[in-house]
Design a binder for this molecule. Structure first.
Ligand code: CIZ
Length: 302
């Protein structure tokens, strides 16, 4: 079957199963094109929590499907590629979080959305790259354990110098690969372009950018900016959405390394199989589900 046939098969099965297809901004182009909604994990989690569909096909990585399952425990959440993990999320284990909490008893524990449900369950509140600064600032605690992304944590700490932030030594393999030299080189090639980067990049990369933000904030910035060309410092999937939304603007990917291999494991073929067989189902057992749900809801209510 070619992509067109696969897409029409997905549409047919989606109706039969009463399914909602959610795709992260980092997904393959053809997966984004078939989705009901494309967005960041925060927006997609909200949609998962509010939907009336019985089935959610989550085109993203494991922790995202887990968040959808936590927020919609009465729905069936399918992850078409069960091996689509997140090496960053895997750097944090609940047992180690418990040790850090004992070591820093006055600190609030803030779990970036890129963490397992078991780690969220050990945390006071979650955050995303879009709201991390706001969430940490809103806490009464002067001390914070921020996990698992040290680059995002460093970015947050720089904006809130009055707090002591204990940084987990994890990083996103994709964003962390980008080096400052690549930014300088591309800026020299396109001096008119605005450079927009994700806070999971190294601090020295952020220092060279015109704007730092989550995928949704990068997309919003392109819409507001008077510039007509942009250097994009986040996973390459975002460029597809940007080109669709802003066909008159020009985009340059900051580095060829900005490819998340786990996100790309979701294919149309796997979505078809998943909807036909109604598996693999992602569910989160109690008491982890309720405790992780609390941390997510605290974030959503701020
Ligand atoms: O929050 C998300 O979905 C992630 C992982 C990145 C972003 O900026 O959208």
């Amino acid at each position: 079957m070619n992509n067109l046939n696969l897409q029409s098969e997905v549409r047919k099965l989606k109706k039969q199963r009463d399914a909602l297809i959610l795709a992260h901004n980092y997904q393959n182009d053809e997966v984004q094109d078939i989705a009901d909604h494309v967005g960041d994990s925060f927006a997609l989690s909200r949609l998962a929590a509010e939907t009336s569909h019985n089935v959610i096909v989550f085109c993203g990585v494991h922790f995202m499907a887990e968040s959808a399952a936590v927020l919609s425990p009465d729905k069936t959440v399918l992850l078409p590629a069960p091996d689509a993990g997140c090496p960053l999320a895997e750097t944090a284990k609940p047992e180690t979080v418990k040790i850090w909490k004992k070591k820093h008893p006055h600190a609030a524990t803030v779990a970036y959305i890129n963490s397992s449900a078991a780690v969220k369950a050990e945390s006071d509140i979650c955050c995303t790259s879009a709201n991390a600064v706001k969430i940490v600032r809103s806490l009464e605690n002067e001390e914070v354990i921020f996990l698992p992304d040290q680059n995002l944590g460093t970015y947050v700490a720089a904006q809130i110098p009055e707090k002591t932030i204990h940084l987990w030594p994890g990083s996103c393999l994709t964003h962390h690969k980008v080096k400052a030299g690549e930014v300088t080189e591309l800026k020299n090639l396109h001096p008119e372009a605005e450079t927009l980067v994700h806070p999971e990049c190294r601090p020295e990369v952020l220092a060279l950018a015109d704007f730092t933000g989550s995928t949704a904030q990068i997309m919003e910035r392109v819409g507001k900016s008077k510039a007509s060309s942009f250097i994009i410092g986040t996973e390459m999937g975002v460029i597809h959405g940007l080109k669709k939304k802003y066909p008159d603007k020009q985009f340059f990917l900051l580095s060829k390394k900005l490819v998340c291999v786990d996100m790309k494991k979701i294919t149309l073929r796997k979505i078809v199989s998943s909807l036909r067989e109604m598996k693999p189902v992602i569910s989160v057992p109690e008491p982890v589900c309720s405790r992780a749900g609390l941390a997510l809801e605290r974030m959503m209510n701020r």
